[in-house]
Ligand binder design. Structure first.
Ligand SMILES: *[C@@H]1O[C@H](CO)[C@@H](O)[C@H](O)[C@H]1NC(C)=O
Length: 281
C-alpha cells in the first residue's frame, strides 16, 4: 500500500517523458503518408521556389468585368462551397488556349522528391502566363475569400486528363506552420468533354436535398464512398484546408476519378498564407 503513490508518479513521469520523446522525434505516425502528400510540398518556412510562385493580382489598374456566380454552401465544417459559373465560357476558352504548347507531365512529391508516378497521378499540367484574364481570376479567388491577410495565389497551372488520367486520394494541405500554409483550394473544371473525371470526397456526406444532384452523382451513379462532384465546365468547388487551430481537415481528402472517355481539363487555384511576405504584382 505504502508504495502505491510512488508507482503512480512513476507511471505519470514515464508517460510525460514518452510524450516529449515522441514530439522530439517529430510525432511519427501523425504525418501524412507520402502517397497522399501534396503535389507542391515545400519545406516551410517559405522556400525560394515557393516565394517565386506566390503572386498577388493588380488591384488598381486592372479592369475586370462584373461577374455573376451562383454559390451554394455544401458544408460549413469544413467550409465547402459549390460555385456554379465561377468562370465564363470565354474565360474557359482563353485558359485552354493559353495552355496550348505548354503541356508537360504532372509530377508528385514523395518525401520531398519530385517524381512521375502514374499510379498516383496521371495527367499533364501547364503553367499559364499571368495575363489580364488570369489576374482577374486570381482577384476573384481572393475576393470570394474576403481578401484574407498575407494570403497569395500560387501561380496557376491547368491540368489535362485524357482517358485513364486520374489523381488518387490526397490532401492539398501538407506541411503547415504558423507562418505558411495552403489555406484553401478552388478546384475548377475547364473542359469536361468526358465520362468519369468527377472529384470524389469519401469523407463528405451526401446532402439530403436532391437539388444537389445537378452537381453531384446521385442514386445508382453515386459511385464510391461519400460524395462525387461531376466535372462541369466553368464550375468550381471551393474548400478550406485548415480549421481555426491550423489542423488540416481530414474531411477534404479527395481524388480525381479516372476519365473513361474524352478529356477533362481542370484548374487548381490555391491560396497560400505566408506571414509578412511581399509578392510582386
Ligand atoms: C491527350 O489528348 C490530347 C488531345 O485531346 C493530345 O493532344 C495529347 O497528346 C494527349 N496526351 C497524352 C499524354 O496522351
Amino acid at each position: 500500500m505504502s508504495d502505491k503513490p510512488f508507482r503512480w508518479r512513476t507511471i505519470v513521469e514515464v508517460a510525460a517523458i514518452s510524450i516529449v520523446i515522441y514530439i522530439v522525434l517529430g510525432a511519427p505516425g501523425l504525418k501524412t503518408p507520402s502517397h497522399i502528400e501534396s503535389t507542391s510540398e515545400q519545406d516551410v518556412p517559405i522556400a525560394r521556389a515557393r516565394a517565386e510562385s506566390l503572386v498577388y493580382p493588380d488591384w488598381k489598374d486592372l479592369k475586370c468585368s462584373k461577374h455573376g456566380v451562383d454559390m451554394h454552401i455544401f458544408s460549413t465544417q469544413p467550409l465547402v462551397i459549390y460555385i456554379d459559373g465561377f468562370l465564363s465560357g470565354d474565360e474557359v476558352e482563353h485558359l485552354v488556349d493559353i495552355s496550348e504548347g505548354k503541356w508537360q507531365k504532372s509530377t508528385v512529391f514523395n518525401a520531398g522528391v519530385e517524381t512521375e508516378d502514374e499510379a498516383v497521378r496521371k495527367s499533364e499540367k501547364a503553367l499559364i502566363p499571368r495575363d489580364d484574364v488570369v489576374q482577374c481570376i486570381e482577384q476573384r479567388a481572393l475576393s470570394i475569400q474576403g481578401w484574407p491577410k498575407d494570403t497569395f495565389i500560387e501561380r496557376l497551372w491547368t491540368q489535362r486528363y485524357n482517358v485513364s488520367g486520374h489523381y488518387s486520394f490526397h490532401y492539398d494541405w501538407s506541411t503547415a506552420t504558423k507562418e505558411a500554409m495552403r489555406v484553401s483550394t478552388f478546384m475548377v473544371y475547364l473542359k469536361a468533354d468526358c465520362e468519369g473525371g468527377g472529384t470524389n470526397f469519401p469523407r463528405l456526406r451526401m446532402p439530403d436535398d436532391p437539388k444537389w444532384c445537378r452537381y453531384i452523382q446521385c442514386g445508382k451513379d453515386a459511385g464510391g464512398e461519400g460524395v462525387t462532384f461531376k466535372a462541369k465546365e466553368g464550375n468550381a468547388i471551393f474548400w478550406m484546408n485548415f480549421d481555426s487551430e491550423r489542423r488540416g481537415y481530414k474531411e477534404v481528402i479527395h481524388a480525381g476519378m479516372p476519365v473513361t472517355k474524352g478529356t477533362k481539363i481542370g484548374l487548381n487555384i490555391w491560396s497560400w498564407y505566408q506571414k509578412g511576405h511581399m509578392a510582386e504584382l
